[in-house]
Design a protein around this ligand. Structure first.
Ligand code: ZN
Length: 263
């Protein structure tokens, strides 16, 4: 089993607020651990980035790993949070500074069950060029729709921040962008993608990165033909219905890598 006892750089150590809930589905928590490993193995996250899931019996709570590299997360590393971003089961462990991404999106979007935040490599260039947008170039990425909005942190917090979503005010401003899209780019930082399940959010995070790579490559060749909004809707209905197939493959692959890492 992968594990990591190191402390996170720049981590926040918070006192627990309230009592943890009982009886979250064990299968849901197993899936959250698997999502951490898959996102690392697929190159969406590295030492940074995180994935969360809403509590299956308490919609006002969610789970996120403690402050650590996603590829080394185990069940024991999962922490329960309130929708104010306060931990209820950290027991003194450090938590992610950017947990407010998750808390504020879960607050703003009751339909969202899972959130992935990453700094994946091909996405960042599309967040920093004026007029550029992440747009869908192939059928696996219909969820991008007419183009991903870009969150500009300077509009909320000025021009001298560390670009992190480190409080609920900035998190709420980011979450507002999700009223029009299931994926939002964050200028000079990365992206956040949501779904109605862990599997859908992971699927979208993997294919958002791939779409960004294809888009950057295609732009070097000439005018790019993007998917229409109708094609996007049809692709979401048809292709995302098959997300179990890549999930099983990615999980097998991630487990092989995980087992190869010595404790
Ligand atoms: Zn980040």
């Amino acid at each position: 089993m992968c594990s990591d006892d190191s402390e996170g750089v720049g981590a926040a150590s918070e006192l627990d607020i309230g009592e943890p809930s009982a009886n979250a589905s064990p299968a849901l928590l197993d899936e959250l651990v698997a999502a951490n490993h898959i996102l690392f193995d697929q190159g969406v996250v590295d030492a940074f980035g995180h994935v969360s899931v809403r509590h299956d019996k308490r919609p006002d709570r969610f789970f996120l790993a403690r402050n650590m590299a996603p590829g080394r997360v185990t069940l024991d590393d999962l922490v329960e949070f309130t929708l104010d971003g306060e931990p209820v089961s950290a027991n003194g462990r450090k938590v992610y500074l950017e947990r407010f991404i998750h808390s504020e999106i879960f607050k703003a979007r009751p339909d969202v069950q899972a959130v992935v935040h990453s700094h994946s490599h091909s996405i960042v260039p599309l967040s920093v060029v004026s007029g550029a947008r992440l747009r869908p170039v192939f059928h696996m990425a219909g969820f991008i729709g007419s183009g991903a909005p870009v969150f500009e942190i300077r509009e909320v917090a000025g021009d001298a921040t560390d670009l992190l979503i480190s409080n609920s005010e900035i998190g709420a401003a980011l979450a507002q962008h999700f009223t029009q899209s299931d994926i939002v780019l964050m200028r000079g930082h990365g992206s956040t993608v949501v779904g109605d399940s862990i599997k859908r959010a992971v699927y979208r995070a993997v294919y958002a990165e791939l779409n960004a790579r294809y888009q950057l490559q295609a732009l070097q060749l000439g005018d790019v033909t993007f998917l229409t909004e109708g094609e996007c809707r049809a692709c979401v209905d048809r292709v995302e219905g098959q997300m179990q197939r890549p999930w099983e493959l990615w999980l097998d692959k991630a487990r092989i890598r995980c087992e190869a890492v010595p404790n």
